[in-house]
Design a protein around this ligand. Structure first.
Ligand code: SAH
Length: 216
């Protein structure tokens, strides 16, 4: 039986998220519905519902489920929102967001990851997600403005150009800090007057690196 149909494991998964403070019902439902075992390496399927990050191709990671749920909750996505994600990785965070907003553009610098995430998301019917091979530090102008921006790789600082892509009233969440070590999750709200920054919790993400990766 695949892990997704294993009730005790999935019940524990939900329980852990609730215990750790996730209370948004729509977020909990999305976490319940998206089969995480299809986003991890086949050898790790048995661990898909444990609350830990796991290695994926290109030396990258799929984030810990609690961190995915927490960032999603803090992002406060709404049904009519257009969301930008930087750091597609496996596509798991994008699949969660696809259930909570109208459109997701997710950008990845490794072709291998972008291609496999695109295939996976298509198979799962996430028709409102577009996966783009590109550099999150250089989002094409034609991509327009976003109601929400989520960065899932560590940035030493949030680029001003990225903040400028937020609609008024928009929210950006990003892990900010040194590439190796601990970062702080920062939530930025675009107000009439400027940008309000709030520090949330400590996290550990793989680094955001400039440019499209030269290796596959
Ligand atoms: N959100 C992913 C996990 C992200 S891991 C998931 O749900 O599985 C971080 C990802 O960010 C890696 O795949 C890495 O290659 C990518 N990344 C790093 N710097 C980037 C950049 N400048 N532009 C786009 N993607 C980047």
């Amino acid at each position: 039986m695949p892990a997704s149909q294993n009730p005790p494991e999935k019940m524990m998964f939900q329980l852990t998220l609730r215990r750790r403070g996730i209370s948004d019902q729509a977020v909990l439902r999305a976490m319940e519905e998206v089969p995480r075992e299809l986003f991890v390496e086949p050898a790790d399927r048995g661990d898909a519902y444990r609350d830990s990050a796991l290695g994926i191709a290109c030396g990258q990671t799929i984030s810990q489920p609690f961190v995915v749920a927490y960032m999603t909750e803090q992002l406060q996505p709404q049904k009519h929102h257009r969301v930008l994600e930087i750091g597609t990785g496996s596509g798991y965070q994008a699949a969660i967001l696809s259930r909570l907003c109208s459109q997701v553009l997710t950008i990845e610098r490794y072709r291998t990851l972008a291609d496999s995430a695109r295939t996976r998301l298509r198979k799962l019917g996430c028709g409102n997600v577009e996966v783009m091979l590109g550099d999150g530090f250089d989002v094409p102008e034609v991509a327009g403005q976003f109601d929400r921006i989520i960065v899932t790789a560590a940035m030493e600082e949030i680029p001003e150009a990225l903040l400028q892509r937020l609609e008024p009233g928009g929210v950006l969440i990003a892990p900010v800090g040194p590439h190796h070590g601990t970062q702080t999750l920062v939530r930025v709200l675009r107000t009439e007057a400027g940008f309000d920054h709030k520090e949330l919790v400590d996290v550990r993400f793989v680094p955001a690196l400039p440019g499209i990766a030269r290796e596959l």
